[in-house]
Design a protein around this ligand. Sequence first.
Ligand code: SF4
Length: 266
Amino acid sequence: MSEHWEIYADWNPWHGCTKISPGCKYCYVYRQDEMYGSPIASSECRKTANFNLPVKRKRDKSWKIESGKIVFTCFTSDFLLRDADPWRPDCWQMMRQRSDLWFYFFTKRIDRFMECVPDDWGDGYDNVIVGCTVENQEIADYRLPIFRSLPIKHKSIIASPLISAIDLFPYLDGTIEEVSAGGESGVEARPCNYDWVLALRQQCVAKDVPFRFHQTGAHFIKDGKMYRMKRCHQLSQAHKAKIDYKIGKYLVPEKVKFEWKESDYH
Ligand code: SF4
């Protein structure tokens, strides 16, 4: 787990999403909207006031998002959501313009990827990392063959929320830079069994693919016993398990290279 939170930025160009697979059942976007009493349905996708954030400048004309940051992109929606098709070209343009930033998005709609990329995508933009989310075997068997075939420079598999055991072995090759596993959060969260996490780790080690256990989830089963984990402990407890394999200190695949000075962040 990175302690260098200052190297990350969030960019949510739109908010709201439609549920598409079992992993969406207790989507945190819906939970957050409900908690804050949002008057707009979570399924209604709308542009946010921060749509142009990557190209916004401060009064002194410097970028609001400083050079070198990892930008977690579209985490209150899905970047490949159909409702956002008219807006996405502007986002690609901003990603092109800010080639000094890393943009990292996760998607449950990898089957829409080629419909969504810009004409100059080619083999992929150097500064875009795509995480394909899978939550059970059926979804993995559908999404990962598609993911494997796509021209993307930086690929990760996000096995989260893990709601059953998954065999990723057939999908782990040199193009996958990281597998990140985690349980579900929220009061109604489905349990995550540590045995499933360990099995994923074993598959990754066997294929020499970096593996990260990023969070336990709210209901965590270990040695047959169920533990209720407070939200504030779900990341730290996963980190304490010390089962990460070939993982660097940042929340991105280790193969992604950074240019900022290490000394700036200690
Ligand atoms: S795709 Fe993601 S953001 Fe959209 S409903 Fe599912 S979990 Fe929520």
